[in-house]
Design a protein around this ligand. Structure first.
Ligand code: HEM
Ligand SMILES: [Cu+2]
Length: 569
């Protein structure tokens, strides 16, 4: 097959998984670099950025000093890129594409061509969004939530953002349909629902979240686009004044309508970021404790309930919009209830560790670190779910600290864990363990120095989205010194990721070759095919004869009994 057919316009789920992986990782790096620029400004407000500051030109950074407008663009694009272009494509589409067909014993996804189209739409949407930086007025700057009326009157970059969103949403919808169809239709003989690896369950629930939550935002994005380019007023109220001038629009629209439509997606979206991560972590923990996961079925029921509940909590992002006590009580109650299934899953994983002879390889270290980090992220969310506390905490750095604990040392650690764990499947070689440890420990320490102080700053009342890092407010003075600590930790963390990048590239060519297709002695089906698998995946027809995590079965010859091993009579 010619190069472009094999690698660019491929319909093979593994190649598409890798395309998503590489593209998503580049976006993740870009989003991270944007926040590093911002962290300089937050720690050292109005001081020129050394060396590279002047590269950004007079519009964005005159004399190397960031303008407030550029700060806002970077902030909005950091959030957008991290969520929609980085984490979701990586954790759902990249890992899902590579692993789901392998884990259920299928030759490919249900709709391979549709799969290619999903990736193409994602790629186009992502590049389009980045182009925003080159239009007059720069990229979108109204936050990743694009709230009107600000977003309705922002420069043209916001239009580019909205068109990009429509591409991304269509990409996600096609991918969601594909995953759901694949998991329903293409399971190998014997792969019953309760024999599915937990990761596949997580992908299935995530698929439904994307499928059901994104359409309202797609509709809303198109309405906002019409507000901007066609003179409609879906989200613009009457009597609006901008810079002292009455706005020349029909009015009569509702700004809160956008918030509802946005958060109807936005909340399920945070579960799109975390559920596949839980799936990855469960696979790796199961493999490295060498005993069955405690409460597999309970975890499955929990994740299904979690998916369902995630659709009825969205207005906890909107307590300050005067929604009235009855509605507020409803959303406070559902928000408290939704924490239960998360706690069940986390507890099941913790109990699984009890009494295990754990293998502490790099993948396992990242997976283990996920547990307490996600725990902190979840626990700090509870006060935000109660409106009395949220009145104080809303829009402070406490919120930033809270959700980053979920997505950064949470989901990103799960991504790292997954890369170290499945690298041999993809390349036939293992990643270097010494470099792995050198990557893990500093990352683990830095993550906490970055995000824990944000909780302290937020509790002290420091607002988010402040160009000068809050230094002009008297209330922030006692916690201002943390800005420097956070930023230095972020710079060190950036440097440490070079070790990881080096490890990936080096191991691809020089890593220790594996001599067995199942180097971790794992039980799930992806280890039954060659590493790397060829087109069509399995050399002989494969079937599942048992549950996903049969480790240390009494009486078995070895401490693992793969799903593909026939029952002995
Ligand atoms: C370790 C790397 C990261 C660091 C140091 C970091 C830091 C920050 C900071 C300081 C802000 C607040 C900016 C402000 O208020 O002006 C922010 C906002 C945000 N971050 Fe991150 N972040 C990181 C990773 C992530 C990841 C992985 C995600 C998503 C999955 C993410 C999503 C967001 C979102 C959605 C916002 C809000 C943007 C807005 O205000 O509209 N970040 N981040
Ligand atoms: Cu929410």
């Amino acid at each position: 097959m010619p190069f472009w057919r094999k690698y660019i316009f491929s319909t093979d789920h593994k190649i598409i998984g890798l395309q998503y992986g590489i593209t998503g990782f580049i976006f993740l790096l870009l989003g991270f670099m944007m926040i590093l620029l911002m962290r300089w400004q937050l720690a050292y407000p109005e001081q020129p950025l050394p060396v590279i500051g002047t590269w950004f030109g007079e519009d964005f950074m005159p004399g190397g000093i960031m303008t407030p407008d550029f700060y806002n663009q970077l902030g909005a694009m950091h959030g957008t890129i991290m969520v929609f272009l980085g984490i979701v494509p990586l954790v759902f589409a990249a890992f899902g594409n590579y692993l789901v067909p392998l884990q259920i014993g299928a030759p490919d996804m249900a709709f391979p061509k549709l799969n290619m189209v999903s990736y193409d739409l994602y790629f186009i949407g992502g590049v389009l969004m980045l182009c925003g930086f080159f239009v007059p007025g720069g990229a979108a700057s109204s936050g990743w939530t694009s709230y009107p009326p600000l977003a309705d009157i922002a420069p043209i970059g916001q239009t580019v953002w909205l068109i990009g969103m429509v591409f991304l949403i269509n990409s996600s919808l096609l991918a969601a349909i594909n995953f759901i169809a694949t998991i329903f239709q293409l399971r190998a003989p014997g792969m019953t629902w309760m024999r599915l690896p937990f990761f596949v369950w997580a992908q299935l629930v995530t698929g439904f979240l994307l499928l059901l939550a994104f359409p309202p935002l797609e509709g809303a994005s198109i309405l906002q686009l019409l507000d901007r380019v066609a003179g409609t007023s879906f989200f613009l109220p009457s009597g609006l004044f901008v810079s002292g001038q009455p706005m020349n629009v029909a009015g009569g629209g509702s700004v809160l309508l956008w918030q509802h439509l946005f958060w109807f997606l936005g909340h399920p979206e945070v579960y799109v970021l975390i559920l596949p991560a839980m799936g990855i972590v469960t696979e790796i923990i199961a493999n490295n404790i060498r005993k069955p996961i405690w409460g597999y079925k309970t975890m499955v029921y929990s994740i299904v309930v979690l998916g369902f509940l995630s659709f009825i909590v969205w207005a906890h992002h909107m307590y300050l919009t005067n929604m009235g006590p009855a509605i507020s009580v409803f959303f406070q109650a559902t928000t408290m209830i939704i924490s239960i299934p998360s706690v069940v899953i986390l507890t099941a994983l913790f109990i699984s560790l009890w009494g295990a002879s754990i293998r502490f390889n790099t993948a396992m270290l990242f997976a283990l670190a996920f547990l307490p980090m996600f725990g902190i992220g979840g626990l700090t969310g509870l006060p935000l779910g109660l409106s009395a506390a949220d009145i104080h905490l809303h829009d402070t750095y406490y919120v930033i600290g809270h959700f980053h604990y979920v997505v950064a040392p949470g989901t990103i650690f799960a991504l790292f864990a997954g890369i170290y764990y499945w690298f041999p499947k993809i390349t036939g070689r293992k990643m270097n363990e010494v470099l792995g440890h050198l990557h893990f420990w500093p990352s683990f320490v830095c993550m906490n120095f970055i995000f824990f102080p944000m909780l302290i700053q937020g509790l002290a009342g420091m607002s988010r989205r402040l160009y000068d890092g809050g230094s002009s407010y008297a209330i922030n003075q006692p916690v201002l010194h943390w800005n420097v600590v956070i930023s230095i930790a972020a710079f060190i963390m950036g440097a440490v990721q070079l070790v990881f990048i080096f490890n990936v590239i080096w191991s691809m060519f020089r890593g220790k070759r594996i001599h067995d297709d199942n180097p971790w002695k794992a039980t799930t089906l992806e280890w039954a095919c060659p590493s790397p698998p060829g087109h069509g995946n399995f050399l002989t027809p494969v079937a599942a004869y048992r549950g996903p995590y049969e480790y240390s079965v009494p009486g078995a010859g070895e401490d693992f009994t793969p799903q593909y091993q026939k029952q002995e009579k």
